[in-house]
Design a binder for this molecule. Structure first.
Ligand code: NAD
Length: 361
């Protein structure tokens, strides 16, 4: 049976970058005979304009029926005054919760050609390729009880609960071990097991599970040290796995190591590796409609989708090689442009990736 991919262009630069990513997907689908079926739907502000809600039933039904989803971005000033309950971002959150996308994969890749874009020294970050696996639907962000209460002495006290059940830990650990198997076989689990019992359990479960993945080398690191090591010597890491809050912070720090938000893809997976793939950036309303947005994060999201949800590793490798080739040619959209390179538009960047792919397949 053919696999289904749903494309959700969204708002702002979303339609511009998804159009280029779709050409890339169509090309590998066609040339490698992947037999993928693609469809489109509305989400975010564009869905509000057309239907009054950010996540129409039709979109959710199509998303549920697909094997993978590619999202551009949602949101923009046009919808900022709307009530919180019907804002474009609700469309995205609705998709994540309805599809139970608990496993967030955020790679931080720095192509050697873009080493000067980072704020760190080129020798520290050049060739950086880390994958952070963050638990997305549990931990302290969702734990109960939570709130602000007034104590007997009249003082107010804020409180949250950091909680992970065994099954929640096992399912995110499985995603991380399997991701490490598809990469360089190194997994670093980040916790605070010297202070927090919940992460003592986390560590125990990962150690137990490691026996089922003899090809993966598991290590543990406290989160404070991990933050330090990420800026000291980030290339020591292959895959890192951690809970929701630590992952939130570490993945942003890792993303910034690369200095180029227009280059970073991401994935959110469910228990069966069905996933939603999207660039890490937003809808960039300041440059929407100008044809200058960088489509590479979205094109690289297609590569991730082929690898993690569709098991088409060869097609994923080819897309990543094509992106690298285009960077070798010195082609740059405005956000990654530097002296001596050639500035190109969104469409010209898409053309170049398509041409590079055609020469590779
Ligand atoms: P943003 O990521 O959209 O933009 C930040 C800066 O990066 C802007 O200067 C923008 O021009 C630039 N930029 C982003 N992507 C780029 C690309 N592909 N090529 C070139 N430059 C790029 O973040 P923001 O300005 O804080 O948010 C804008 C809107 O996007 C808001 O409505 C926000 O809610 C929404 N947003 C959506 C998502 C999502 O859909 N997943 C994520 C973050 C923000």
């Amino acid at each position: 049976m053919s696999k289904k991919v749903l494309l959700l262009p969204g708002d702002g630069i979303g339609p511009e970058i998804v159009a280029e990513a779709e050409r890339v997907l169509d090309l590998v689908n066609d040339k490698l005979g992947l037999g993928l079926e693609t469809d489109h739907a509305l989400v975010g502000g564009s869905a509000i304009d057309a239907t009054g809600v950010p996540l129409p039933d039709e979109t959710l039904d199509k998303a549920k029926a697909s094997d993978a989803i590619l999202l551009g971005a949602v949101g923009g000033p046009k919808w900022d005054e709307l009530d919180m309950s019907i804002r474009p971002e609700k469309g995205l959150l609705g998709l994540r919760s309805n599809l139970e996308l608990f496993g967030n994969l955020r790679p931080a890749i720095l192509y050697p050609q873009l080493a000067s874009a980072s704020t760190l020294k080129p020798e520290v970050v050049s060739g950086l390729d880390i994958l952070i696996v963050r638990e997305l639907t549990g931990g302290i962000y969702f734990g109960q009880p939570r709130g602000v209460r007034t104590l007997e002495n009249g003082e107010r006290q804020g409180y949250n609960t950091y909680v992970y059940s065994e099954s929640e830990i096992k399912r995110i650990a499985k995603v991380a071990f399997e991701a490490a198997q598809k990469r360089n076989g190194k997994l670093c689990s980040v916790d605070k097991a010297n202070v927090l019992e919940v992460t003592v359990l986390w560590r125990e479960i990962l150690d137990d599970m490691a026996k089922d993945y003899p090809d993966v080398e598991l290590s543990h690191m406290y989160v404070d040290n991990a933050a330090m090591q990420l800026v000291r010597a980030p290339k020591q890491f292959d895959v890192m796995v951690t809970g929701n809050m630590f992952g939130d912070i570490l993945s942003d720090a890792a993303a910034m190591l690369t200095g180029s938000i227009g280059m970073l893809p991401s994935a959110s997976l469910d228990e069966n590796n069905k996933g939603m793939y999207e660039p890490c950036h937003g809808s960039a309303p300041d440059i929407a409609g100008q044809g200058i947005a960088n489509p590479l994060a979205t094109i690289l999201s297609v590569a991730m989708m082929l690898r993690y949800s569709l098991s088409e590793n060869k097609a994923a490798d080819l897309i990543e090689d094509a992106v690298s080739k285009v960077l070798d040619q010195g082609l740059r959209t405005a956000d990654i442009f530097s002296e001596g390179s050639t500035k190109v538009s969104t469409k010209e960047m898409g053309d170049a990736v398509v041409a590079a792919l055609e020469s590779l397949v």
